[in-house]
Design a binder for this molecule. Structure first.
Ligand SMILES: Cc1cc2nc3c(=O)[nH]c(=O)nc-3n(C[C@H](O)[C@H](O)[C@H](O)COP(=O)(O)OP(=O)(O)OC[C@H]3O[C@@H](n4cnc5c(N)ncnc54)[C@H](O)[C@@H]3O)c2cc1C
Length: 412
């Protein structure tokens, strides 16, 4: 059995980032994962500018290193398809020059991206990575901290502080932190890999399709290397169960029946199975820490409710968790009250964005409004440029402060 001050449960983007920041501070940690890397994770595989920014914070050369990997493509923007069929193309950077400018975002299968981060982990002597270790029980110790146990109840780790980064299905989140899955703040997602989809953007713009008959859900097509694409759908769980929607059937209906997609998928080949997984959305503020623990990434429900983007927020929470852990060690204070510093830091950074995205998500209930915005921006260069600048802004907080901003855009 290991005895440690800091144990991190889960070596996905949240956990790996926390371990890497701790290592940078010279603080040792034990990082556990039930999987052996490289491992798959059901995801859209889109790595936003915020991810690039977080990579840079881990090490300045990491974005460039990622850009050199064969398993990624650089992505330069988004095509939004509105319910009325309007196409709004928004580059992440205005007047961008591929080949000259650094890529603002990437698309890479998670099997590769997460392994890329774990490779960084392997290079840090301060991090003890243990793969193939499944933790099934976490018990509070009378002297403080947690005892983690494995499948057959065998004790695995005794830790003073636990960073919980084991994703959307975290048992700790439900049973110890007491946060339940709420269908109004939870999204159901499906992902498939296809080969040979036609009409993909030459600069790898990601595509988000909002079809009238699938609202408030959306379908995505994200280009990948080797003529492949990540194709998937997402919809609020409350809607899926209320309307008894079969997501897989709906996805295949759109791919093979919708006039905009049918010809593009006519010769495409589905690779492997269509797989589903949940997205705990950050549309509700929660208590993400307690006595001797912090919840990171999906375990703390930090996914953007409009875009479904969660990798960057997991990494951001990992960075703040490392800082809080440092403070805890310095002060030898692991109390719930002291841990509140983590909640404050994470939500100071993310809450305004998450709140705004929640409003944007609700826009999907008003397709005409969505069409109006898309139509205006498609014709109005200044508006398109404004939206584009927002993507390249490293810190979106200032611009996204006022939700009324979007409404002004619509009605001016
Ligand atoms: C269909 C779908 C599409 C998405 N598309 C995008 C997208 O395009 N871009 C984006 O940014 N985000 C996307 N997301 C969200 C993104 O996948 C998550 O937000 C992100 O993976 C969160 O990272 P994490 O580190 O918190 O958790 P995870 O990446 O889930 O990592 C958790 C780790 O914990 C390990 N683990 C779990 N349980 C245990 C246990 N009991 N013991 C030990 N280890 C354990 C797992 O093996 C895993 O390695 C999507 C999600 C879904 C479901």
């Amino acid at each position: 059995m290991y005895k440690t001050d800091i144990c991190i449960l889960g070596a996905g983007p949240g956990g790996a980032t926390a371990a890497l920041h701790l290592a940078q501070k010279g603080i040792p940690s034990l990082l556990l994962d039930k999987a052996i890397f490289p491992r798959d994770k059901i995801c859209g595989d889109a790595l936003s500018g915020k991810v690039v920014n977080e990579l840079r914070r881990i090490a300045p050369d990491l974005p460039e290193l990622l850009g050199q990997q064969q398993e990624q493509v650089p992505s330069w923007g988004i095509h939004f398809m509105s319910p009325g069929g309007q196409k709004l193309s928004v580059p992440f950077k205005f007047n961008y020059k591929p080949g000259q400018d650094a890529a603002p975002g990437f698309i890479a299968k998670r099997v590769h991206f997460d392994n890329f981060l774990v490779e960084q982990v392997r290079q840090r002597p301060q991090i003890q990575l243990q793969e193939g270790v499944e933790v099934t029980r976490c018990e509070r110790l009378p002297e403080g901290g947690f005892l983690l146990a494995g499948k057959s109840g065998e004790p695995l780790v005794q830790t003073r502080l636990l960073l919980v980064a084991n994703g959307a299905q975290s048992g700790f989140t439900r049973h110890v932190a007491g946060l339940q899955q709420e269908p109004a703040h939870y999204c159901a997602g499906l992902r498939a890999y296809y080969k040979g989809v036609t009409g993909l953007d030459r600069d790898n713009f990601i595509e988000l399709h909002f079809f009238k008959d699938f609202l408030p859900g959306y379908l995505w097509i994200f280009p990948l290397p080797d003529n492949q694409a990540n194709v998937g759908v997402g919809m609020l769980s409350s809607v899926v169960s209320r309307k008894k929607i079969n997501l897989k059937k709906e996805m295949l209906r759109m791919l093979h029946g919708h006039p905009a997609l049918r010809p593009r998928f006519a010769g495409a080949e589905l690779l492997g199975d269509i797989k589903g997984y949940g997205l705990p959305l950050g549309s509700k503020r929660r208590s993400i820490s307690g006595d001797s623990y912090m919840l990171l990434g999906d375990a703390g429900a930090l996914i953007d409710p409009f875009t479904g983007e969660g990798i960057s927020n997991a990494m951001i929470s990992g960075r703040w968790a490392a800082l809080q852990a440092e403070h805890c060690l310095q002060a030898q204070d692991f109390s719930a009250a002291f841990m509140q510093g983590y909640d404050r830091a994470v939500y100071n950074r993310l809450w305004k964005e998450l709140k705004l995205s929640h409003r944007m998500q609700q826009l999907l209930h008003y397709p005409w409004l969505f069409d109006k915005l898309a139509g205006k921006a498609a014709k109005n260069r200044a508006l398109a440029e404004t939206i584009s600048c927002m993507f390249s802004d490293i810190d979106l907080r200032e611009r996204l402060k006022q939700p009324s901003f979007y409404f002004k855009l619509l009605f001016n």
